[in-house]
Write a protein that binds this ligand. Sequence first.
Ligand code: NG1
Ligand code: ZN
Length: 528
Amino acid sequence: MDLAVVTKYSALYSKPSGLILQYGTAGFRTKAEHLDHVMFRMGVLAVLRSKQTKSTIGVMVTASHNPEEDNGVKLIDPLGDMLAPSWEEHANCLTNADEQDMLRVLMDISQREAVNLQQDAFIVIGRDTRPSSEKLSQSVIDGVTVLGGQFHDYGLLTTPQLHYMVCCRNTNGQYGKATIEGYYQKLSDAFMELSKQASCIGHEYKSLKVDCANGIGALKLREMEHYLSPGLSLQLFNDGTKGKLNYLCGADFVKSYQKPPMGMEMKSNERCCSLDGDADRIVYYYYDVEGCFHLIDGDKIATLISSFLKELLLEIGQSLNIGVVQTAYANGSSTRYLEEVMKVPVYCAKTGVKHLHHKAQEFDIGVYFEANGHGTVLFSKGAEAKIRQLAKELEDKEKKAAKMLENIIDLFNQAAGDAISDMLVIEAILALKGLTVQQWDALYTDLPNRQIKVKVADRQVISTTDAERRAVTPPGLQEAINDLVKKYKLSRAFVRPSGTEDVVRVYAEADSQESADSLAHEVGLAVF
Ligand code: NG1
Ligand code: ZN
């Protein structure tokens, strides 16, 4: 195989002059019309990574919660996890190379990573419902085939479904079958088992209203619905038949604006949830009888899940260690509740699930969620084997608890945070514990908080440390933030450059909404 063949075709995918992109929190993202060359080059890079790892690699075309006009691409590594950091660097070099430097960059990557160019390569591809996604995924395929890579195009998939496919293919089907039916079957089997256990103790599922952000989640939940019946009945809103993707709806909108999505019919005390544009995030919410809106975010999801897992471990008499991983965006009340009431160790990682995933792998059971509802639970090989063995050996109450844990393991998508899988876990736990959405919400009270975006000339002038909780540059910024924070009670604030949008994000929390709002505003001014 001769790398020079790439240069013959890459001119067809010309790079807009002067455009420099960074492989950020979740791959490359920008306006869809600027991404053709990136897609072609990422197809090529995926082939090199596949040859090097002798494994199937995934390429997902999506820009998740970003506007419909945007798009993006990310590579999925052999175990279904995010691309290794050294290859993110290669992705940057390749994407930003001028046409005449392409061959040199490709040869450099191949040499440094000792890629055997004669090795076979296999790539799986998925895409979201954006109008630009189909054409862009064709550019990925062109990049794959130019280097002789084999591929399977799954077409429309949620991001976590593609992570699942990659994981299945590289573990000889041990994780599950690498088909969309295999995914539905695995999750619904586990869910229906839990469902039986819930009805044995007199609890039942009710219906759930789901805002699908006018995205892929709607299509996939429609396909999955009959696997879940009788059991859970879903009412889908913002299913893409009328509205625009992520516009005034979806998990990111609900979390950022702390209000319900457009197009959802909500009655008081009804349990509702929102997915994001590629269905890897979920948040819950409801209106109380006084008409007050309550958001149940990723932090409260992590709390519900870890307290349930802790109870089950206690019942089966196992001291497997549980750790919870959050980011700087986690509400201060959630961290306090987890540490002080639940006595669970909590760790703070940098934003982006790749960082949380990595940290969560250190525990027997690692629960990780971003406040925006992106997360999952990882079970170590040892913990999983132990639980499966106990589910066979134990008796009575202990056996039931071990079986529940076993089903929970199968219900989680351990390759990546997955809104559909998380939704089913949450629904199962609520039913098994007989909890209403209000009781779940009442675990603790969130500190009022505000997140805002600030446009600056160059967001990269801001660098941070301590899991993004303190600014290192520009000089004086952190001191200014410290002074502002001192003015408010129970307050905390930080800034960081976004990895998916050309903005600086500001987060503030304080004892009242007014204080959180004005602290965020003042810190925003300090960023200029
Ligand atoms: P950036 O734009 O780097 O803040 C956002 C989210 C991340 C993650 C990624 C990928 C916040 C504050 N940030 O990243 O948590 O979900 O998008 O979708 O929500
Ligand atoms: Zn997403």
